[in-house]
Design a protein around this ligand. Structure first.
Ligand code: AMP
Ligand code: TRP
Length: 351
């Protein structure tokens, strides 16, 4: 076996990887915090790889037929939002077995203590019986590190809630490199930018907008029609004050700040510019403007998603073709990992 190649950090070519769980319908939070920015990265001409992480989804039990449907719906959302499967690689995680293989190796690199400090793990098990959570839910961040590092991706666009998982990905890469005396894995850069890295619930400005919130009123789904969007924004929790002149005036007003940030992200303005435009306006004036903007931006996506969903076989074909391209990048990297860790792979597949 050849000696592992020493690769300096600078030698990694820029490559973007990100993922979304098909564990429910996508929300405005996913769109602004992730999808919209994935499209921007594609347009910047960087190599982009996007994945529906179905294996992450089953860390909490999923009804199989629903999971399949939600994975297709997720793919339709990516394409409807502007991901071009010819320019970006778009696929579902379970079709490329390198993710699961590398996750196992990372399970042996990561430490129990690291995993138990993850706030997502703590939140998901808070007030519940942690003993009854799946082992997969605990090990979830190691699979996420594998998703990214199986491609030697260097940049990962995500929402704010994923920052800690990306720090863990860096720790895993550093420990692997140190343990084996190599500089094989890149140290990834989180890309958390824009006005909507953390879109909050429409019912509670201190909680993240989430597909798993029991209240449908708390979120805008990418499948909502114009009437549903209008009604949810009209009923969104606010306070009786008018909009302030500067962002400072939003400090202790989480619901107002959230609506301003959503407006800014949809209009591609800064939150400063939004408050400057609406300074002194009541929510009775601001909300209809927000409805108008949200419907204008989201309804073409919803329409296109519905159209794409008419042909599930075509979506499956796109995901399969994307998986072939993903596999072609990941397999040689996994071969190197087996060499580095001392495993005999003499029946190695040839690509
Ligand atoms: P998930 O739905 O948990 O798989 O998240 C997929 C992507 O969407 C990740 O990059 C998240 O950080 C992002 N995301 C999810 N919810 C929000 C939110 N409320 N605001 C901003 N980004 C979000
Ligand atoms: N954990 C991410 C989330 O829940 C989804 C995800 C899985 C991901 N693998 C990834 C995001 C790799 C970025 C890169 O939001």
């Amino acid at each position: 076996m050849a000696e592992p190649v020493q690769t300096p950090q600078a030698a990694f070519k820029p490559r973007i990887f990100s993922g979304i769980q098909p564990s429910g319908g996508l929300t405005l939070g996913n769109y602004l915090g992730a999808l919209k920015r994935f499209v921007e990265k594609q347009e910047e001409g960087i190599e982009t790889i996007y994945c529906l992480v179905d294996m992450h989804a089953i860390t909490v039990w999923q009804e199989p037929e629903k999971l399949r449907q939600q994975t297709r719906e997720g793919a339709a959302a990516f394409i409807a939002a502007g991901i071009d499967p010819a320019r970006s690689i778009l696929f579902n995680q379970s079709q490329v077995t390198a993710h699961a293989e590398l996750a196992w190796i990372f399970n042996c690199v990561a430490r129990m203590g690291w995993m138990s400090r993850m706030t997502q793990w703590k939140d998901k098990t808070a007030g519940k019986n942690a003993e009854a959570a799946s082992l997969g839910l605990f090990a979830y961040p190691a699979l996420m590190a594998a998703d990214i590092l199986a491609y030697h991706a260097t940049m990962v666009p995500v929402g704010e809630d994923q920052k800690q998982h990306l720090e863990l990905t860096r720790d895993i890469a550093i420990k692997f490199n140190n343990d084996y005396g190599v500089t094989f894995f890149p140290i990834v850069e989180p890309v958390i930018e824009g006005a909507a890295t953390r879109v909050m619930s429409l019912r509670d400005g201190t909680k993240k907008m989430s597909k798993s919130d029991p209240s449908d009123q708390s979120r805008i789904n990418l499948t909502d029609d114009a009437d549903a969007i209008a009604s949810k924004i009209r009923k969104a929790k606010t306070d009786p004050e008018p909009l302030p002149e500067t962002l400072d005036g939003l400090k202790d007003r989480p619901e107002a700040r959230n609506l301003v940030n959503i407006y800014a992200a949809l209009a591609e303005m800064t939150p400063q510019a939004v408050v400057a435009e609406f300074a002194g306006a009541q929510f009775g004036t601001f909300k209809p403007k927000l409805v108008e903007l949200a419907v204008a931006r989201l309804s073409p996506i919803t329409t296109e998603m519905n159209r794409l969903m008419q042909d599930p076989a075509e979506i499956d074909r796109i995901l399969g073709a994307g998986a072939d391209r993903a596999e072609a990048i990941a397999r040689p990297i996994l071969d190197r990992v087996y060499d580095i860790t001392g495993m005999i792979h003499s029946r190695r597949r040839t690509m």
